[in-house]
Design a binder for this molecule. Structure first.
Ligand code: SF4
Ligand code: SF4
Length: 246
C-alpha cells in the first residue's frame, strides 16, 4: 500500500489514512468493490462476487476444451451446501451439457441437501478431518456424527466418493486416525479413494488477507515428506481402497 488515499476518496466511511498508514474498517463493508477499483497499486482485492448460473456456465464452457473427457466442473467453497439450491442448479446445468460434476464438501449439512445435489454429481470429495469424535468436536466445534451419517447416506445412494483427509502435525497426524479413516473407507461400497492432504502454511497468509487472526497453534512449516510417507504407508496396510497423497 502506497498510502495514496484513493480508497479514502472512494469510500471514506471504511477507509482512512492515519499517521501515514492506510486503515480499513471491514464492519459495514458491502463488498461493492469500488475501493479496489480505485486502488492503482493492487493493494486492495475484491474476494468473491455474485454470479448467475448462466455467468458461471459461460466460464465453465470456456474451459471445456481442457476437460478432454476427464475433467469437468468442481463446485467447492467455502462450503457448497451453504448455497445448496444454487449448487444444485449449477450441477444440473452442467450435467445437461454433458459436463461431469464434482462437489467438495465438509459433509456438515442437512442430508437432503447432499442427496439432492447427488442427483447431478459424479463424485463427492468428502472431508474426513478427524475420526476421534471428541477431538473432532474440540478442533472443529461440531460433532462428527452428522458428517459420517451423511457420508453413509451418499454411499447408500450409490454415490462415488473420494475421502479427503487434511493431515495437520500435532492435531491429527496419528496412526489411530489413519486406522479410523480405514475403518470408515472399508465400510463404504462406492469409495473411489482416500487422499491424504498434508498441512502447508499457505492458509495463514490467506487468513491475514481476510482480516482474520492467523492460528498460532498451527505449524509454521509444511509437513515433512517422510512423515507423510509414514502415514501413507500405514494407511495402505489397513485398507484396499486406493490411498494417495494430494
Ligand atoms: S489501499 Fe490502495 S488506494 Fe488505498 S491508500 Fe493504499 S495504495 Fe492507496
Ligand atoms: S468494497 Fe465498497 S463498501 Fe467496502 S470498503 Fe470498498 S468501497 Fe467501501
Amino acid at each position: 500500500c502506497a498510502a495514496c488515499g484513493a480508497c479514502v476518496q472512494a469510500c471514506p466511511a471504511r477507509h482512512s489514512i492515519q499517521n501515514g498508514q492506510h486503515i480499513y474498517d471491514r464492519a459495514g463493508c458491502n463488498g461493492c468493490g469500488t475501493c479496489a477499483e480505485a486502488c492503482l497499486f493492487g493493494a486492495l482485492e475484491l474476494a468473491g462476487y455474485e454470479m448467475t448460473i448462466g455467468e458461471v456456465m459461460d466460464t465453465v464452457r470456456r474451459d471445456a476444451p481442457f476437460y478432454r473427457g476427464v475433467g469437468g466442473l468442481t463446485i467447492t467453497g467455502g462450503e457448497p451446501t451453504l448455497q445448496a439450491d444454487f449448487a444444485t442448479a449449477l450441477a444440473a446445468a452442467a450435467r445437461a451439457e454433458g459436463i461431469s460434476v464434482c462437489v467438495e464438501t465438509c459433509g456438515y449439512c442437512p442430508e437432503h441437501a447432499l442427496l439432492t445435489l447427488a442427483a447431478y454429481t459424479d463424485l463427492f470429495l468428502f472431508d474426513i478431518k478427524e475420526t476421534d469424535a471428541a477431538r473432532h468436536k474440540a478442533y472443529t466445534g461440531v460433532d462428527p456424527a452428522l458428517i459420517i451419517a451423511n457420508l453413509r447416506a451418499l454411499d447408500a445412494a450409490g454415490q462415488a466418493t473420494m475421502l479427503r483427509c487434511p493431515i495437520i502435525p500435532g492435531f491429527n497426524d496419528r496412526l489411530e486416525h489413519m486406522e479410523g479413516i480405514a475403518n470408515i473407507a472399508n465400510t463404504l461400497s462406492h469409495a473411489r479413494g482416500i487422499e491424504l492432504m498434508p498441512y502447508h502454511p499457505l492458509g495463514q497468509g490467506k487468513a491475514e488477507r481476510f482480516g482474520l487472526t492467523p492460528n498460532k497453534s498451527l505449524p509454521e512449516h509444511a509437513m515433512p515428506r517422510k512423515d507423510v510417507e509414514a502415514l501413507l504407508t500405514y494407511l495402505q496396510t489397513r485398507t484396499d481402497v486406493p490411498v494417495k497423497v494430494g
